[in-house]
Ligand binder design. Structure first.
Ligand SMILES: NCc1[nH]cc(CCC(=O)O)c1CC(=O)O
Length: 325
């Protein structure tokens, strides 16, 4: 076991959005608790993707939010990177030389519906026919259309707080028309202290969460033993196992960032893993689903591969290939 030298400052690379800063501060506090003498410092970066107002696809996809932070870590300008696992691309391995050293205990994985400030509406059912719901997630859009085919889905760009300002009409909405409702992650609202804005929390049966949702991943350089050992003390094993199963499934599906893919793994009371996966066409009209349990204890990689194989057997490849990207 190598120890992080006392004199050195541990630098945490993070995006500079309020949610990212809250997450990085959570990690910093946990590390200080673990090693009270440790000096921890945040290194906030406003990524190109954060500044870009246009279509993210034109810039190179949503993986860009993590790419720039990972590059800092690779260059040795930070010692740790904190990412929402959901934002870390699953089709490619982590950048050269980087590893996930730990995952924090998973927060609420569910998506939640919000209405403009002051609205009396509480559920999807309260929305009039043809109402506009904002989300940039193709996974949420497809599942909303399955629940309510009449809805119009529009984009929502920017940090979570910015999106809520657009919903409330305190800022110019994306596409010019103010949405009637918006879907966000429960965990994101919690991290910003905005839980009170959530109305209908969707069950995982209504809206299956994204792979990695609610989990924070802590990366470091694989050859940085002292930091890896320190981070390992924060690792929550069940979250690591569940996220591994979900990401194995995602990797096998070879989706792109326009693929509406959902995956959610839980640990049953008997300790066995249970993984659900779904792949949708953008309007939700086509869907394949699989739900398998790791009965024989073969582990997360095996379970992820089996759910993936079942989705592919049902035609997931065709659904994914049919979507422009
Ligand atoms: N795409 C942005 C993003 N990335 C992670 C979260 C929240 C945390 C999580 O779901 O893990 C959010 C906000 C949202 O989806 O509302």
């Amino acid at each position: 076991m190598s120890t992080f030298p006392n004199g050195r400052t541990l630098r945490i690379g993070t995006r500079s959005s309020p949610m990212a800063l809250a997450q990085a501060n959570t990690v910093a506090d946990l590390l200080r608790k673990e090693r009270p003498e440790l000096r921890v410092e945040l290194m906030p970066v406003t990524t190109q993707a954060d500044l870009w107002q246009g279509d993210l696809q034109q810039l190179g996809g949503k993986g860009l939010f993590v790419k720039q932070i990972d590059a800092m870590l690779q260059r040795g300008e930070a010692d740790v990177a904190v990412h929402c696992v959901k934002d870390v691309p699953g089709d490619t391995p982590l950048p050269e030389g980087l590893v996930f050293a730990a995952f924090l205990p998973r927060d609420d994985v569910r998506d939640v519906l919000l209405f403009p400030e002051g609205s009396e509406r509480r559920t999807l059912g309260d929305l009039p026919p043809g109402a506009i719901v904002a989300t940039s997630s193709v996974r949420r859009a497809a599942q909303l259309k399955r629940l309510r085919p009449d809805l119009t889905i529009t984009r929502a760009r920017g940090a979570v707080g910015t999106r809520i300002e657009k919903l409330d009409g305190r800022r110019e909405p994306d596409g010019g028309t103010a949405p009637d409702a918006m879907v966000l992650a429960t965990s994101g609202l919690e991290r910003l202290g905005l839980t009170h804005r959530g109305r209908q929390v969707f069950t995982v049966d209504e809206v299956l969460p994204a792979v990695g949702s609610g989990a924070l991943g802590l990366e470091c350089r694989h050859d940085d033993g002292p930091v890896a050992d320190l981070l390992a003390r924060l690792n929550h094993e069940p979250t690591m196992t569940e996220v591994s199963a979900e990401r194995e499934m995602l990797h096998g599906l070879r989706g792109h960032c326009n693929s509406p893919i959902a995956g959610h793994c839980t640990t049953d009371p008997d300790g066995r893993l249970s993984l659900r996966g779904m792949v949708f066409s953008p309007d939700g009209s086509a869907v394949v689903r699989a739900h398998l349990r790791d009965e024989s204890g073969d582990g997360p990689a095996d379970l992820g591969a089996r759910v993936c194989a079942e989705l592919l057997r049902q035609g997931a490849r065709d659904i994914i290939e049919d979507i422009p990207h």
